[in-house]
Design a protein around this ligand. Sequence first.
Ligand code: PMP
Length: 403
Amino acid sequence: MSTVWEDNYSYTARNVRPSPVREMLAVIKQPGMISFAGGMPAPEVFPVDKFYEGAHVLKDDGKNLLQYGTTEGYAPLKEFLASFTAERMGRTVATDEMLLTTGSQQALELFASALIDRGDFVVTENPSYLAALTTFYNHGAQFLGIPTDNEGMKVDLLPGVIEKARAEGKKVKFIYTIVNFHNPGGSTMSLERRKKLVEISQRYDIPIFEDDPYGYVRYEGDHLPSIFSFDDKGGTLYAGSFSKILAPGSRIGWVTGNKEIIRKMVVFKQAADLCSSPICQSLVYEYCRKGYLSEHLPVIIETYRPKRDKMEECLQKYLAPYGVSWVKPEGGFFFWLDMPGIDSRELFKKAVEKKVAFVVGTPFCVDEAAGIDKARLNFTFVQPDVIEDGISRLAEAIGEMKA
Ligand code: PMP
């Protein structure tokens, strides 16, 4: 066997972890499988015709769009976003306070490049978004996980955690938080905690990465102002995405923040991919410019809310009797189940035999133990008429484990 690769792998490559979700998605692609596993939007809400309507931009401006674009992003789309997000951000941000990225996943990568040195610590909710944990881990980060409740991260615990870490000589580089309809936890950070988090960030000089791909997918209640809007010192970077409000295939996200950090991320993006696709950016802009995005949001919300409600009704009926509980998500894509006494990895095996799939809790947690009796269920991708069948199969699997 050739050692030419083995001997030459980087330190990171030797330690890299494949995404358990992506690997699992392959396993569960069997006929008849009801999958609550992925985190995908429902294809039936993709606005194919309206999106296609913008294809004329290739004729109108093809000579520019087929060329390399600027690293910072397609200016008209940035201007649209500055005004679209103004309410949430507390003001209309300047275009040099914004960078368009290849999905918000790239924002995580660029931010990690800009901030993390091997051995640094990152504060996250525990559980947290798997691919963010992996990105930070690949850059050499270690984690300080903060538990959550129905108001999001328990920010009151932060000063103690930060002070202890610092006393032990640990460098705490940033706080990563998913403020709205957490993936996987489902909770939304309360207004009070948002303000408190900014206060803590400023007190300890630790910046915040506010990840908000689901924020506009709210099924009830009022939208809350972003953490960014409370941060008068510029220490918060906000990341948004078109993946959940339009289409993940667009691969367009954005970050808003202080010019200094944006500039650093631009320099890393120059090396990462030169620029995001001008064609995609202009197609997305064309769609948004016509007001279609604002018309489309209610369609998404009206499609997903009944699915969420149906799933919750079934969870109450079939899983609550086993002591399973959850935070009701006011928006977003997921239920996070707390299943005392049930090992989700064992449950997964039984569930797959019964042709229902979900994601086990462990990979979302910074300490695996915290995730053993947890499971993430997605409700946006499945058709509403299979939700009951899927949840009752899960209950059967739990019943057999308890027997
Ligand atoms: N952050 C969170 C919390 C997510 O759930 C996701 C996608 N599932 C992303 C970032 C990345 O999304 P994208 O790159 O498609 O914008």
